[in-house]
Design a protein around this ligand. Structure first.
Ligand code: PGA
Length: 252
């Protein structure tokens, strides 16, 4: 079985001192070698600090966004090549908070994925339905449309992405999809990837949305859940370590 991938999404949280304490606690609590792949996706100003703090650890560095342009007059944007210079390995792309608050369309998300891949950064492509969409039985259509745009724009490179299924109604709400609900959507996404690439079985599909120390093992135990994208619980060392440990036990 492939190793699971546990990625923390710090969102707009942290400070120089907080980051140092959190990474220190994670490093102290991690077993060596780690039994799963681990990443933290941090705010852009802290990338250089984190690159230093993570040196020699099993934790990879991630960003939370990447520009849909490769350089030039785009005030405030950060391009993939810049992230790469700081040792960034992953970037979340198309998180629902970016789609919702920053107007990111499927087409913009697809461009961001393309540019991340071109710079050697693995995009963690987030898809997920709102509560209204779930209640009107549009979940499958929505996640398939979001993923189709990325598949269409990325051709044979598609096997290099990570997908994260994050039901919007479960993000930061404490309301988690049941393992069966999550598995059902993961199965749909796996089938869609299979139609696009022969590599689909080894592509990680992460679940995100109120994953925590208590529910991680059951979610991660589903056949098509290959890891987690963790928001709130990634800011607490003990919780994030417990999720990593649960992922490691499943890979053993
Ligand atoms: P949450 O966030 O774990 O706090 O629900 C997950 C995410 O938004 O990636």
């Amino acid at each position: 079985m492939n190793q699971k991938l546990i990625a923390g999404n710090w969102k707009m949280n942290g400070s120089l001192s907080f980051n140092q304490a959190l990474v220190g606690a994670l490093r102290a609590g991690l077993q060596s070698p780690a039994a799963c792949r681990i990443a933290v996706c941090v705010p852009a100003p802290y990338l250089s600090q984190l690159a230093e703090l993570l040196k020699g650890s099993p934790i990879d560095l991630g960003a939370q966004d990447v520009s849909s342009h490769d350089a030039g007059a785009y005030t405030g944007e950060v391009c993939a090549a810049m992230l790469r210079e700081f040792g960034v390995r992953y970037a979340t792309v198309g998180h629902s908070e970016r789609r919702q608050y920053h107007g990111e369309t499927d087409a913009v998300v697809a461009d961001k994925v393309r540019l991340a891949l071109a710079s050697g950064i693995t995009p963690i492509v987030c898809v997920g339905e709102t509560l209204a969409q779930r209640e009107s039985e549009q979940t499958e259509a929505v996640v398939k449309r979001q993923l189709a745009a990325v598949i269409h724009a990325n051709g044979h490179c598609i096997s290099e992405i990570v997908v994260a299924y994050e039901p919007v109604w479960a993000i930061g709400t404490g309301r988690t999809a049941t393992p069966a609900q999550a598995q059902q959507v993961h199965g749909v996404l796996r089938a869609q990837l299979k139609a696009a690439t022969e590599q689909a079985d080894r592509m990680p599909i992460l679940y995100g949305g109120s994953m925590n120390a208590a529910n991680a093992a059951e979610l991660l135990g589903q056949p098509d859940i290959d890891g987690g994208l963790i928001g709130g619980a990634s800011l607490k060392a003990a919780d994030f370590l417990a999720i990593i440990a649960a992922a490691g036990r499943l890979a053993a």
